[in-house]
Write a protein that binds this ligand. Structure first.
Ligand SMILES: Cc1cc2nc3c(=O)[nH]c(=O)nc-3n(C[C@H](O)[C@H](O)[C@H](O)COP(=O)(O)O)c2cc1C
Length: 230
């Protein structure tokens, strides 16, 4: 991958990188307020002249954006970065960060694209979720080499996102919903074992399963997560 970032407007970024408005893309959102830093996977939706972020109100990302309304939308396809920023310790993700150019929040050092933004308005909110409309101050992206498609990458990302909700459902006593997600994770785990055995993808699935097993599962969930170690 070329080391230098190309710099331009949001429109330049969208045109060059074939971004489609209204599609949810997955980024790593980096934020900072009063010396407190965060990095977390987050969906981002592009509009013609801005971006929308939809954090759950229970997230640290939401709390930091409310306190200091700026951040960076970082794009990476490194599944380990997704894992670390979802379930890793703060010290692990801090090592991945670097200062940004135009906002006082850090960005992800190995991102292939970054959108530095400020929050323009809170456009919608309910009990669970807020929707922030953000203006991009600076878009930076690298010219990328070809990267063949593997189903494993998507299976791992889907498993991570389902695991974040599974944890929430368990904590909220929503067992049927938790079981549904557990079945999906089990399905993706089997897929990763088939298409990417003994790789970075399968080792993340091993870590994820161990983590889920530590969440005090009971009843049918216990059976679902009696995965054997690889
Ligand atoms: C691929 C992916 C996409 C996610 N998208 C969102 C999202 O759009 N909004 C949200 O609140 N959480 C989302 N999550 C879950 C958060 O990243 C997760 O709950 C995280 O722990 C919240 O981080 P925070 O409390 O450190 O901000 C996503 C997780 C993954 C793996």
């Amino acid at each position: 991958m070329s080391e230098a970032y190309v710099e331009g407007s949001l429109k330049d970024f969208m045109d060059t990188n074939h971004v489609i408005p209204r599609v949810v893309y997955e980024c790593i959102l980096t934020t900072k307020a009063d010396g407190e830093t965060n990095a977390a996977p987050m969906g981002v939706i592009f509009e013609e002249d801005g971006i929308l972020l939809r954090p759950f109100k229970s997230t640290k990302s939401y709390r930091l954006l409310k306190r200091a309304p700026y951040g960076v939308v970082n794009f990476t396809d490194d599944v380990e970065v997704f894992y670390i920023t979802t379930f890793g310790a703060e010290s692990d993700f801090n090592e991945l960060l670097t200062p940004s150019v135009s906002v006082p929040a850090p960005s992800l050092a190995n991102a292939y694209a970054k959108l530095e933004f400020f929050v323009e308005s809170l456009v919608d909110e309910d009990d669970n979720r807020a929707v922030f409309r953000c203006k991009v101050l600076k878009a930076l992206w690298k010219l990328r080499e070809a990267k063949p498609y593997t189903r494993a990458e998507h299976a791992v990302i889907e498993s991570l996102i389902h695991a974040t909700r599974l944890k929430f459902f368990l904590e909220s006593g929503m067992i049927q919903e938790a079981i549904q997600l557990a079945h999906l994770i089990k399905h993706y785990d089997a897929l990763v074992s088939r298409v990417a055995p003994n790789t970075v993808y399968s080792s993340i699935m091993v870590k994820l399963k161990a983590l889920i097993s530590s969440w005090g599962l009971s009843g049918p969930l216990l059976g679902l997560f009696e995965f054997q170690k690889e």
